[in-house]
Design a binder for this molecule. Structure first.
Ligand SMILES: Cc1cc2nc3c(=O)[nH]c(=O)nc-3n(C[C@H](O)[C@H](O)[C@H](O)COP(=O)(O)OP(=O)(O)OC[C@H]3O[C@@H](n4cnc5c(N)ncnc54)[C@H](O)[C@@H]3O)c2cc1C
Length: 470
């Protein structure tokens, strides 16, 4: 990173705050127009959009040595209403249906204004990112937990298309993206406006950066910070997570220190994943039409097609907070080479089991054979044959499965312009936020495809608001 000589000094202004996080006497090392904290999907959407509309200096600070965050490692599926792709597939979707899916699957805990804004602006976001060069396949699909076929599949794997395209656009327009820069502190001036940030570089040297126009927080969630997760839901202590290492939530805590309100922090999404003592993630649970979950007694205890939060609650209530996913050989063969390889490795590591009969499988799983056979038999007798597949073809397979932390629905309270709000509901001047670091959109349960949709749509909105507000 090139350090500028410019010293912006606020010496002479009178302080209204005495804490170090509200330091009106700070000597800033440097000045920018807009500062964006975090270079994942939301941050890069904000940077690309701001750089189209604003000619001042835009700086993105990313703490990791590479950009992308969870967006990069995500499945990349994007849930947006899109008559152009859904129409030819006879999928009759609309804004109202998208709103209803988010609100009802989130158990009505999401803020209707924020959801309304998301569903209204996401088709515009899709059009905008396609115009920037993000490419998608022509089809839309229903991914696990999305409950409706509106997920777009990017042409490049995972979140690569979003990250490459949006970062290139932002940089073409003059945005600086600085890696290894970890934001530690937010600064409010004597009028209460957020006027800059402090950050450390890779050698732990402290810098301060003044923002003439706005600071936009896009630092993602806190799913990788297992201690913080356990503070909000102690049942999740010691569970594994599948988040990127950047999802540690310190920006949320820094924002709280200067008066931002954090909401719904206890709403933490989990997916079936690797057991805490396990080594290999064996994914027999990916295709809802082919597996059952049984507990350590061999009993089936839930409908596997339930929403993610109900599934989480069901598994957490089982002895040892764990269960087994069970499939037959047709189910095994339906998975791709990588998943089958993981299953074979899982058998070696003790994370998966295989038996020529259900009795042999039960013996290896150390569950009562009578119960496992009954669970499989009842499933086979009661399934909807057109939709689900029976578990009948030997050999039979199972994998030890626990809940794994995936996404944090809580975070900074914002309004529909992506402005951060304080604990009395007032706007904090100069401060905006977007993506997983915000709370109140998804309520108790985020439906599949809406993480990327939220990050990119509110990233775009935050940039537009930052430029048009103040
Ligand atoms: C394995 C996995 C698969 C997923 N698949 C999907 C999917 O297919 N579809 C979907 O809709 N959602 C999916 N999600 C959820 C989705 O990835 C997130 O909702 C989305 O990426 C959040 O984007 P974001 O920009 O808010 O955060 P991120 O993309 O995580 O970006 C946040 C960035 O901020 C940086 N940062 C954090 N703290 C600081 C700091 N102090 N200073 C500077 N930088 C900081 C981080 O390093 C990171 O780069 C998935 C999540 C996971 C974990």
């Amino acid at each position: 990173m090139k350090r500028r000589d410019f010293i912006y000094s606020l010496i002479g202004t009178s302080a209204i705050c005495s804490s170090s996080t509200c330091n009106a006497f700070l000597n800033f090392h440097e000045e920018a127009g807009i500062i964006i904290v975090g270079a994942g999907g939301a941050g890069l959407a904000a940077a690309a959009r701001a750089s189209e509309l604003y000619k001042g200096k835009i700086v993105v600070l990313e703490k990791q040595s590479k950009i992308g965050g969870n967006t990069l490692i995500s499945g990349g599926y994007l849930g947006v209403v899109d008559p152009k792709r859904q129409g030819p597939l006879m999928i009759f979707d609309n804004e109202e249906k998208h709103f209803h899916d988010i609100y009802s699957k989130g158990e009505k805990q999401g803020d209707p204004d924020l959801i309304r804004t998301l569903v209204r602006h996401s088709p515009r976001m899709l059009e905008w990112i396609e115009a920037q060069g993000v490419q998608f396949q022509n089809t839309v699909i229903e991914i696990y937990g999305s409950h409706y076929p509106r997920c777009h599949v990017p042409s490049l794997p995972n979140g690569l298309g979003y990250i490459n395209t949006l970062s290139e656009k932002a940089m073409e327009n003059g945005t600086e993206i600085r890696k290894n820069c970890k934001v530690t502190t937010l600064i409010r001036d004597k009028n209460g406006r957020v006027s800059g940030v402090q950050y450390t570089d890779s050698s732990n040297k402290l810098f301060s950066l003044y923002a003439k126009k706005a600071v936009i927080l896009t630092a993602g969630g806190f799913g990788a910070n297992t201690k913080l997760v356990a503070m909000y839901d102690s049942r999740l202590a010691n569970l594994t997570h599948n988040c990127g290492p950047g999802s540690t939530g310190e920006v949320l805590l820094a924002a709280e220190k200067i008066g931002c309100e954090l909401i719904q922090m206890e709403n933490i999404q989990c997916l079936p994943g690797v057991h805490p003592t396990g080594k290999i993630r064996v994914r027999f649970h990916n295709d809802v039409s082919r597996f059952i979950l049984v507990n350590s007694e061999g009993n089936r205890f839930t409908d596997e097609g339930e929403s993610r939060n109900l599934l989480k609650e069901a598994v957490l209530n089982q002895p040892g907070k764990m269960c087994f996913s069970v499939i037959d050989n047709d189910g095994f063969n339906s998975y791709d080479l990588l998943m089958r390889r993981d299953a074979i490795r899982g058998i070696e590591s003790g994370d998966a089991f295989k038996g020529d009969t259900l009795e042999e499988l039960a013996f290896k799983m150390k569950v009562p054979a009578k119960n496992l056979k009954k669970a499989v038999q009842t499933y086979n007798e009661t399934i909807n044959k057109g939709i689900n597949n029976p578990i009948i073809k030997p050999p039979f397979w199972s994998a030890r499965t626990s809940m794994s932390i995936h996404y944090t629905m809580g975070g900074l309270r914002i309004n529909s312009k992506a402005q951060c709000l304080d604990r009395t509901g007032n706007v904090i001047s100069g401060l905006f936020a977007a993506g997983e670091c915000t709370g109140g959109i998804h309520g108790k349960n985020r439906i599949g495809g809406n993480g990327i949709c939220d990050a990119l749509t509110y990233g775009m909105i935050a940039a537009e608001s930052a430029i048009n507000t103040n």
